[in-house]
Design a protein. Structure first.
Length: 56
């Protein structure tokens, strides 16, 4: 299952820079993950300081 970023996102951008396939981008109020591009590697979850990325 693809990762999804929860409402606890603080818009720090740490996850975007570690995504190996560029599936993460800045949304209006939080970062978002393109589920079709996500390869479920978990790099974003391991980098996020607030644990916002999680598998759906």
């Amino acid at each position: 299952m693809a990762y999804k970023i929860s409402d606890s996102c603080i818009m720090c951008g740490a996850c975007e820079s570690v995504c190996p396939v560029g599936a993460i981008s800045a949304g209006d109020t939080q970062y978002v993950i393109d589920a079709d591009a996500c390869i479920e590697c978990g790099a974003c979850a391991g980098t996020c300081p607030v644990g916002a990325p999680d598998q759906e």
